[in-house]
Write a protein that binds this ligand. Structure first.
Ligand code: BGC
Length: 249
């Protein structure tokens, strides 16, 4: 089965058709800058452009960087606040003239990694964390997703964790890899105390540079591995979410 995966992020919106049986892209992905402000109509316009660019008709899955329940976007920490309480499934479906499925971006990336990447065949508790503009999380138990976990917003030393530990925080505060790895380690130790996962998968754009910080992480029992689908995980997971096995709403 083929589906179009669209990944809405704080800086770019990316899309590609995906063979969901094997988790590979069927064409080179296209990327359009996220409009600023990232208001619903502006973002819907970009989603429409991407669907048109592939002349796509068929299943469409879209990731969103916030809580998504039953098609409704309930938070939008790094996009315009106008998304909160919107029915994104209806808005985007209307914009593209076809039904769409909408899910959290980290959940989508996690679904893809569990099926085709670093989490393939792993049972027990697996925690995927994406480090980018924010921190996204996806929790799996025996391969089954617990959606919308939002562990990026736990409080660590009195701060919303993503404001100190995201990749954006690393760049904004000009942190060395060592300094940032210390913060990541602190955060992972806290998550481990809560969840005791077998495996922690590190995703997001920074997973490309995993060799700069993963070897520095100490005092964590879980195996820590970088995501293997890298930047395509969101697109692949969005496409997979259109198939009956992943329909969670
Ligand atoms: C949002 C999450 C999202 C993550 C990564 C956080 O700020 O609350 O829903 O998964 O950023 O985009």
């Amino acid at each position: 089965m083929h589906a179009l995966g669209i990944d809405i992020g704080g800086t770019g919106i990316k899309a590609a058709p995906v063979d969901v049986a094997v988790g590979t892209l069927l064409a080179e992905r296209q990327r359009i800058e996220t409009p600023h402000p990232a208001r619903p109509d502006a973002v819907a316009g970009v989603v429409r452009e991407l669907v048109a660019a592939f002349e796509w008709s068929g299943p469409i899955g879209v990731t969103f960087p916030g809580v998504v329940v039953g098609g409704e976007t309930r938070t939008a920490a790094n996009l315009d606040a106008a998304w909160v309480g919107m029915n994104a499934r209806e808005l985007l479906g209307r914009a593209v003239g076809q039904p769409v499925r909408v899910l959290n971006d980290a959940d989508a990336a996690g679904i893809a990694e569990m099926a085709f990447g670093a989490g393939k065949g792993i049972t027990g508790t697996v925690l995927m964390l994406t480090f980018g503009t924010g921190i996204g999380s996806a929790l799996f138990t025996d391969g089954k997703l617990v959606a919308n976990t939002e562990f990026g917003h736990i409080h660590l030393h009195g701060h919303d964790a993503e404001t100190r530990v995201s990749d954006q925080a690393r760049e904004l505060h000009d942190l060395s890899w060592g300094k940032w790895a210390g913060r990541v380690q602190d955060y992972l130790q806290y998550m481990e105390a809560l969840l005791s996962p077998e495996l922690i998968i590190i995703g997001g754009g920074v997973s490309k540079k995993a060799d700069k910080f993963v070897p520095l992480l100490e005092g964590i029992r879980a195996t820590i591995v970088p995501a293997t689908l890298r930047n395509d995980a969101g697109i692949v997971g969005a496409a997979m979410a259109t198939t009956p096995a992943y329909v969670t709403e």
